[in-house]
Unconditional design. Sequence first.
Length: 257
Amino acid sequence: MLKAERQAKILQEVRKNGFIQSEKLIEQFNVSHVTIRRDLIALADQNLIHLEHGGATSIDYLGGVAEPLYDTKVFVHSEAKSEMADAALELIKDGDILILDAGTTNFKLAEKLKAVKMNSLTVITSDLMVAKELSPHPNFSVNVLGGILRRSYYNVFGPFTEMILSKLKSNKVFLGFDGASITRGLSLNILEEVPVKQKMIDICDEVIAFGDSSKYGVEAPYNICGWESVHRVIVDNGISRDYINFFNEKNIICNVA
């Protein structure tokens, strides 16, 4: 198992349980005490956990979520992201013009999409890793938005990004987010990225909220949009029944992977 993958799984365990013992992690991953200690320190240095005697505890962000570095984030909830990507593939048709928003869930979709045989597909993305993944496909036109590069996360934002988007049109956007709640809709931790996502919503015929169930019930600091802007939700089967009932009431299509 890669170090980044192991650290992502440790982070999931800490967030799930609130506290995790080092000895349990040693047994679970079959590695040394030194290795687990280094993993916990690496996560603590990113302000993702608190180190405690004999283990680690989760951090309360008052409804927000701390963001792991990209290489770790790829493996957080990786099984759910893979299942959601399969569900998303069923919605993508030959000739579509898609926006794949920044983030590791869309990166997982790009990994699977590049193996699909299509005569023509146009992909617009603010994520350099998504663009890199799709670029070898002979029948894909990959359009990378310009802008200010967010260090260590490989996506762009800013007025230039928003200006380019304002000149475009898309069939559908697979929109990433950090938090989703019934009262506030979709929200984000990074203020500068909110206008980019809002512009993506403006130019798309179909807005698809594309985030795993761990993000539901979370309210990040900056609001992207209310549920009236969302046409469809793709989520894993960890989503609560309350949200499924809410989507039915609001006539939002919910695809549970």
